[in-house]
Design a protein around this ligand. Structure first.
Ligand code: BGC
Ligand code: ZN
Length: 367
């Protein structure tokens, strides 16, 4: 992505080399494309590394280890790995980055591979320090590229559990992720929403996906086939959806649309938590009853939070959950990757409107 020229094209890029003793060289297998990549391809977001005219795009990766430095202990040749996205800001006073929690960076000077100030993964070979790599079980080769988009839900749910420990019956002994969830509503049926729905289902939530598609849309049928409920925004208002659900304990927003999100906030239930994950474009003001929202927040002990990026704990949780999903829904999990493209097709893919569920650029044959 060349912002000054406003072009997206394939270039011959110098091959990265092992420099530090803990560096690892990987061969890229799959790179997923998301809304952030499309924004970068429209030159609305993202920035090249300092001094570089271009940014190598791509932050949802799956790769295989080709070569390791002499001090590498955490990965070995042939391992399947996912590279993490965000890198610390390097300011010693940043309490987050200095504890390897750059997903909570205070200064804003963090970098993100393929997004902000650091080259990404849509390239044959990548070098990274071992601490930014997560090993994924070999049998997840076909779907391992879904780890990064799943980390959004994992980080969100880690925080939801922390928050709900405030409720005495939640804190009383039941470990996180073991099926003590109640009723959850997912807004949006894109990859972040659908992966979030699976994460909620394996935690025992009665899970309802509310999205624009009609009931006979393949996404709606997919949602029903994994054991969640689909409610179409085309025919059902949020108030009516909430009536079907009962007390809405959790709303997981994955639309990036402020209108839907804030209207959904009005149907959040008693002691409920609302999680924002979408990043809206600037589409001007919307009208809403702020007094009603404020009244509910106070009188119903509600909590609203936003979440971005993910730490190593969420990456590990995503790999573990993906294995769980694979065992429970092998067919449906594969169906989330609706199309694979050759690297030569990537510029056209990035600049055309999103279609299907998850599009992946493949650098190697699967299988
Ligand atoms: C990525 C995150 C990143 C965020 C903001 C998302 O698409 O998944 O890792 O922090 O964009 O740049
Ligand atoms: Zn920082």
């Amino acid at each position: 992505m060349f912002p000054a020229e406003r072009t997206i094209r394939i270039v011959d890029h110098p091959e990265p080399r092992l420099e530090a003793d803990t560096d690892v060289l990987v061969e890229m297998l799959d790179v997923g494309v998301c809304g952030t990549d499309r924004e970068i391809a429209r030159f609305e977001y993202g920035s090249p590394p300092p001094g570089s005219p271009c940014l190598v795009i791509g932050h949802e990766s799956l790769a295989r280890v080709l070569k390791v430095g002499p001090a590498v202990t955490r990965v070995k040749l042939g391992d399947l790995v996912v590279n993490m996205v965000r890198r610390p800001c390097g300011h010693p006073e940043c309490r987050a980055c200095s504890r390897n929690r750059q997903d909570f960076c205070f200064t804003g000077d963090f970098t993100e591979r393929g997004i902000k100030g650091r080259h990404g993964f849509m390239t044959d070979r990548v070098v990274d320090d071992q601490r930014f790599m997560l090993v994924v079980p070999g049998h997840l080769r076909e779907i391992g590229v879904l780890v990064e988009p799943l980390t959004i839900a994992e980080k969100a749910l880690i925080q939801v559990w922390d928050v709900q420990e405030r409720l005495p019956w939640t804190a009383a002994g039941v470990p996180a992720g073991s099926g003590h969830g109640e009723r959850a509503m997912v807004l949006g049926a894109g990859p972040v929403g659908l992966l979030g729905a699976l994460a909620l289902l394996v935690r025992g939530f009665d899970t309802w996906v509310y999205s624009l598609e009609s009931l006979d849309d393949p996404k709606a049928r997919w949602v029903e086939s994994v054991g969640a409920h689909f409610v179409s925004a085309a025919t059902t208002t949020l108030a009516k959806a909430a009536g079907l659900i009962g007390n809405v304990d959790l709303i997981y927003e994955a639309t990036g649309a402020a209108g839907v999100a804030f209207h959904a906030l009005a149907v959040l239930g008693m002691n409920g938590v609302f999680v924002f994950t979408g990043v809206p474009g600037s589409r001007g003001p919307i009208e809403l009853d702020a007094g009603e929202l404020m009244r509910n927040l106070v009188l119903e002990n509600q909590l609203v939070f936003g979440t971005v990026n993910a730490g190593a704990d969420a990456f590990q949780a995503a790999a573990d959950d993906l294995a769980r999903f694979h065992a429970r829904w092998p067919q449906q999990l594969g169906e989330l990757i609706t199309c694979r493209y050759a690297p030569e097709e990537a510029p056209a893919l990035l600049t055309s409107p999103a279609s299907g569920i998850k599009s992946v650029v493949s650098f190697a044959e699967v299988g």
